[in-house]
Design a protein around this ligand. Structure first.
Ligand code: C2O
Ligand code: CU
Ligand code: CU
Length: 510
């Protein structure tokens, strides 16, 4: 960021940002992020097929649970044709394997850490007891790590080495969840290096609907990356030893945006489709980049699901704004295009190469017995009263241990400090205020967006959410009700650079 802009921000403040600065840091408009450019020629667009992450098979199943074993390890993969990229991968893959569970059946996932760094696994969107939720200091160390438990002395730091089990009861409806690293101070580089994958939940209600399924139910993990001269990932804080430094400072503190768009780990891929309806499970797994997705030629996305499950009724969109960690399940009917049409999924917030995401090619006519029903699931509004507990959370730039960073209510994250003690089973109303873009995520239980800036919810706020895109100088009211599990949980900004630079808060449910 240039000095003049820094000064400008300091003097004018957030109100002016809301009034419409564009071209933010070269990452395109509508971004709180800085563009990091690749040092290799950008790969050609639409030249590789869309990969679908393989579904993980359980190692064993019993009456109530399915057990999975995942090994976290370094592997070299070919992301850009002709280059080798070392990744941190679940099972050595990026994205990791997809776990597919049934609602109410426990998934027991044993992770073995063979990486050169400690990790923490979090199931994003999971309704999970605290000990398995991936608290940022509940570390799983690699076998050879020398100072176990040293880094966060005096907190609830984990001291496990080698492998551990994460137990997910999954008492929640069908939804598109994802799992990713959550290590304190290092989430951004470790996710950038590849630690992210899907965890899908199915249930009987959803199975009974005529939505597209099977080959026509496609998960799309969208993220951006930059590449160094040798094909490795480029990032402001990566170290060749693979033990990265915490946080990115100064110029990249708004967040890191790459210049290559990957879908399921492939650059600007292409998917051949039938002229039929498809259910696309769109996840923005980028560290900081927001997208405004559109089809070209123009077409409609019929939204059927949000972060935490199906909507009450479908919502049509011609544009889809998606902030980091949000999920939108949409149905696109490719029968609206003649066979042979190439349909580009565009990103209207991008610039140059990042204004494209992927391409669909309508390859053939095909039978289609799917439909989008007028009513999908029951989504009862949370019953709030004038007596409901209200809390305010201000997401702002601030001082973190004497340096520039990101704070909530003026405070940097401390893993042992509880900033709220919500009571299980009670509805609360939280107001989230921001200076810049902050995608705010709350663990344990999903929420409903009540309104923005004192008006009604926005077009992308329907249904049960676990992450909400709060825009510059905006406030968003959400209603929530934590349920079932007492313990320590997190809320934080899901711009991963902001998260690592302390924009998190802990709360304890009682
Ligand atoms: Cu997706 Cu606390 O994270
Ligand atoms: Cu989460
Ligand atoms: Cu933020």
């Amino acid at each position: 960021m240039s000095l003049s802009r820094r000064r400008f921000l300091g003097v004018v403040g957030a109100g002016a940002l809301a009034a419409g600065i564009t071209g933010w840091g070269g990452a395109g408009s509508g971004q709180t992020a800085e563009l990091l450019r690749s040092r290799i020629p950008l790969p050609p667009k639409f030249a590789v097929p869309l990969p679908i992450p393989p579904e993980k098979r359980p190692t064993r199943s019993d009456a109530r649970a399915d057990h999975y074993d995942i090994v976290q390890r370094v592997r070299e993969v070919e992301i850009v044709p002709g280059y080798r990229t070392p990744i941190f991968g679940y099972d050595g893959m990026f994205p990791g394997p997809t776990i597919r569970s049934r609602s109410g059946r426990t998934a027991v996932v044993t992770h073995r850490n063979e990486l050169p760094v400690p990790t923490v696994v979090h199931l994003h969107g999971g309704h999970t007891p605290a000990r398995h939720d991936g608290y940022p200091v509940d570390l799983l160390y690699p076998t050879g790590w020398d100072d176990v438990g040293h880094e966060h002395a005096g907190t609830v730091a984990g001291t496990r080495r080698g492998s551990r089990e994460y137990v997910y009861p999954l008492e929640q409806p069908a939804a598109t969840l994802w799992y990713h690293d959550h290590r304190m101070d290092f989430t951004a580089p470790q996710v950038w290096r590849g630690l992210a994958g899907f965890h899908l939940i199915d249930d009987d209600v959803t199975d009974a609907l005529p939505l597209p399924h099977g080959e026509r139910d496609i998960p799309l993990l969208i993220c951006d990356r930059a590449f160094a001269e040798d094909g490795s990932f480029r990032y402001p804080a990566l170290d060749p030893s693979l033990r990265d430094t915490p946080g990115v400072r100064d110029d990249y503190m708004e967040g890191v945006a790459g210049d290559v768009i990957l879908v399921n780990g492939a650059p600007w891929p292409e998917l051949e489709v039938d002229a039929a309806r498809y259910r696309l499970r769109i996840l923005n797994a980028s560290n900081a980049r927001r997208y405004r997705l559109a089809l070209n030629p123009e077409g409609e996305f019929v939204q059927v699901g949000s972060d935490a499950g199906l909507l009450a009724a479908p919502v049509p969109h011609d544009r889809l704004d998606i902030a980091p960690a949000e999920r939108f399940e949409v149905v696109v009917d490719f029968a609206q295009y003649p066979v042979g049409t190439r349909v580009v999924l565009r990103n209207e917030l991008g610039g140059g190469a990042t204004s494209d995401v992927m391409r669909f090619v309508v390859a053939r006519k095909a039978a289609d017995d799917s439909a989008v029903p007028r009513s999908l699931a029951e989504v009862a509004p949370l019953p709030r009263t004038s007596a409901s507990v209200r809390r305010e959370w201000r997401f702002h730039r601030g001082k973190v241990h004497g340096r520039r960073g990101w704070t909530i209510n003026g405070k940097p994250f401390h893993p042992a400090r509880m900033d709220a003690r919500p009571r299980l089973g009670e509805v609360e109303v939280w107001r989230l205020f921001t200076d810049l873009h902050h995608p705010v995520h709350i663990h344990l239980s999903p929420f409903q967006v009540i309104g923005r800036n004192g008006r009604g919810p926005g077009p992308f706020d329907a249904g049960w959410k676990d992450t909400v895109d709060v825009r510059p100088a905006e406030y968003v009211d959400v209603a929530l009700r934590f349920e079932d599990y007492p313990g320590t949980f997190l809320m934080h900004c899901h711009n991963l650079e902001h998260e690592d630079m302390a924009m998190m808060a802990a709360f304890e449910t009682t």
